[in-house]
Design a protein around this ligand. Sequence first.
Ligand code: LRY
Length: 235
Amino acid sequence: MTGVIDRLKGGLIVSCQALPHEPMHGAGHMAAMAAAALEGGAAGIRANSPQDIRAIRARVAVPIIGLHKVEYADSPVYITPTIREVAEVVDAGADIVAVDATERLRPGGQTLKQFFAEAKARFPGMLFMADVSTYEEGIAAIGMGFDLISTTMSGYTPHSAQRQEPDLELVGKLAAAAAGAAPIVAEGRIETPDQLREAFELGAFAAVVGSAITRPQLIARRFASAIPDSAGRKP
Ligand SMILES: CC(=O)N[C@H](C=O)[C@@H](O)[C@H](O)[C@H](O)COP(=O)(O)O
């Protein structure tokens, strides 16, 4: 296990992401979010786009899990889909590159296996996180030698469990199967400290929380929609 991964063990990783259509979009905002997350006790940051990763790198010293969301016409894969985005994320200073590791084909018809072999060859020594949506994908990613396995995509592929809550069942199953041989990260729809605690009780190595901490528009909506008869003011 490398030093970077050790530093994430048992920790909270805060995902600081705002896409172009979101009010907090902008590298300066994301760097401030990352600094705030650190003050709150985060052990690591997850961030999207070379610009945001660079700004966050300049501001905080904890491990950064970087990704680049890019949409291609010929594939539904958008989290670091090709080697081009891997190179951008590495160049921006991320410690770990997060990539879609679902069974779906990538742009140009590339399989995950082909893509991962190319990524490892181009960037030897770089750490990679597999964003999976099912148990089978998690097991396959462990077999391929990914450094971290995250439940990120559960609920976001048509063939995975569709639920409102975090997929803690998947976290538990993967942690039991990995039996300490590969770090399993709980990610996706964790909204409460109790859910986070449960993920660790089920064997998670670390947990990522995004929207519940860093998407203020969603936090405000949770409160606004709790007001009786608030329907008229909903956006
Ligand atoms: C599915 C997908 O594209 N997930 C993205 C992955 O980087 C982010 O949009 C999420 O915010 C992140 O996974 C954290 O999850 P949550 O915001 O639910 O705590």
